[in-house]
Structures are given as C-alpha cells and as structure tokens.
Design a protein around this ligand. Sequence first.
Ligand SMILES: *Cc1c(COP(=O)(O)O)cnc(C)c1O
Length: 408
Amino acid sequence: MNPTDRTLATRLIHHAYQPPEGFAAPQPAVHKASTVVFPNVAAMRAREWKDKSGYTYGLHGTPTTFILEERLAELEGGSQCLLVPSGLAAISTVSLGLLRAGDEVLLPDNAYGPNKALTESLLAQFGVRHAVYDPLDLADLAQRIGPATRLVWLEAPGSVTLEFPDLLGQVRLCQERGVLCALDNTWGAGLAFAPFDLLGDGSGSLAVDVSAHALTKYPSGGGDVLMGSIVTRNAGLHLKLKLAHMHLGLGVGANDAEGILRALPSIGLRYRAHDVSARTLARWLTSQPGIVQVLHPALEASPGHAHWQALCGQANAGEGAAAGLFSVVIDPVHPQERVDAFCDALALFKLGYSWGGPMSLVVPYDIATMRQQVPAHLAPGTVVRFSVGLEDVDDLRRDIAQALKVFA
Ligand SMILES: *Cc1c(COP(=O)(O)O)cnc(C)c1O
C-alpha cells in the first residue's frame, strides 16, 4: 500500500520521518514505552528480557532505565541494578525474592520502620519467621543466626536514632555463617562508604550481598520523586531478584527516571553540603537548653561513633562523610505538648517525612513504640529528628534558636 493511500489518523501514527542519528546532549533521552516494537517475528522470539542485550517490553527496560541502572550500580560499586517504584519496594522485593516459607530473616531493632512492618505482616503470612537483633552488639547477632536464618538486614546507621553498627563485623559474620546480607544503604547513598568494598582496598573481599537504596532521598535530591534501587554484584543473585521484580510487575516511569538522572551528577556536592550543615547544627545543639542528647554518628558521644570513624572517617580529607540527618533527645521534664510546640514553632524546618531534598524537615518520634527494647544508650526523653536541607546554615540555626525558647 502506498503511504499516501492512508488516512491522516493512520499517517500520524505510522509516520515515515526519522530524525537524523547522532544527536548527543548531556542529559540522556526520556524513552517512554509500554510496547516495544520488533522489526520481525524472529527478533520478537529471540529477544532476551533478562539482560540488557535488547528491549522487549517497557516493564523490562528502556534506554533511559538501562542508563540509570548502570549509573546507580557505579554509584554503589556493584555490578547490576534493578529499579523499583520506591525505597520500600526495594526492601520488599529483596525480602520477597530471597525468602521462602520456613526461612528466618533478622532485622536490627533500629531498622527502617516499614521494613519491620513488612516482616511482621506479609512475610509472616507467607511463613517467613523473623527475629530482631541489637545493632550495636555483634555477639547478639552471632547468637541469633541459626540454621533457618537466610537473610540479615543491615542498616548503617539505624533509622531515626542513628546508631552506627560494626558493619564490617556484621558482614564478616554473615559471610562466615553463609547467610545473605542486605544493606539498606539510603543513608550512605554510595558516598559515605563503599558497600561492595568495605575494606576500601579495592579487593571487594568484604562486601554486602545486596544494597537497597531509597533513591527518593539523595539521588533524587528534590523531594519530588519516589524510587528505589537494588544493587548486587553477583549475577545469580541479581537474576533471582530480577525474576521476583518481573513476577511482582515492578517498573518505574520514564519521567521519574529522568528526574534521578538529572540530579545524579550533583549528588556528591549536595551530600557534602547537607553533611557540613547537619554537623554544624548537631554540634551547636549539644550545648542548647532542653537538649539532653544529640545523635549524629560523627559526634564522639554518639552511639557507634568509632564504627562510623573506622568506615567513613577517611573521606573529605579526614573529616569523614555523613548524611544530613541527626536527632536530638529532649529533656523529659518537657511534656509531649511542649515538644510538639517546639516542632510547630520551627519556620524553616517543615513537618514532613523523608529526607535528602532541599527543604529542611523535622519529625518528633515516640521511640518506645518503635523498638522491642529501648536501648540504654538513649537518654530518656522525646526524640526529634532533623533532616537538614540546603538552606543557609545560619538561617537554620536562628530558626532552631527561636523555637528552643519554648523550653526556656
Ligand atoms: C525513606 C527510606 C526508605 C523508603 O523509601 P521510600 O522511597 O520512601 O519508600 C527506606 N529506607 C530508609 C532508610 C529510608 O530512609
């Protein structure tokens, strides 16, 4: 059929024009597709969806998502990467993909809350048992690893209370006992330490098996994208997770992938800026009224500081690397309402979950409801977590100072 015989509706879909090849620009193209078109049936039958040798269906990858996966594997020093719609989806895909009925999974008591909730609900429903270990007591983890233990979740530092564990010791223990370990690497973000080269000697002899990362935080940096990644450096493990990813029907939108690709080149600069401001405020807060404890792994008195120092202390010409998070414990003489009034009085720190974006955020937590055991290293009182954004640090300090007047 001659193309000119076709009606306009058809010509607008099956148009002959192709732009010249060779277009190049700093930002990768945004390819949007559910359907991927094959040149012929033989190609359709031959194409492999399990690797990056070609394209089969939008859910299995486009040039845009392939590029992002490769860059994220680079960020964390792994070999393969899967993209999922949120950080929590990265966690759930790892647990659902690696665990089966009769297995046991171990979580640190300070694990990201929704990881614990998933374990207690869906995983339990599917016959997976779990136990919680003390993140600061290697002997406790050693003693809990049993014959049914298949996976150990690690987090460095812990969510909200920011205790830094002996990550090297934990990974070594998992290796010795032949148990898989998965790190929630959202805090480290591939910048504070190398999860697949924990000894930092390039050998990769001490490495986590899986790194799950909430790209929602620093890789996005905008507070406007939800996404997660699962990075591995073992092809068999990657395939296992890729199959789970496929069976669960997980995929990410091209515009969201574009958002991460656009922000990724500046992640190192942003992470450092968040870190410098957070440490400035955290140190200053150690001597402010109403504050009985400041939790930030780079502060000497913070739980697990020596482990942070050992793993992250070399970066930035010996200053070390840390994210833009810290928590404070408010003196228990102040009732919850006064702590709430302090949070409400902050003008630049907005009330909101998540972190890693330009805007500073604050959240009060009730630790007693979040832990099996409230650890002895935490001073009694209400925990308030700060996520330091990219505002001017003196403006942030003045904002906290005026809000602290509620404790005077
Ligand atoms: C935010 C966060 C997640 C989950 O990321 P979402 O994209 O919000 O689902 C997982 N782990 C940690 C440590 C986080 O801070």
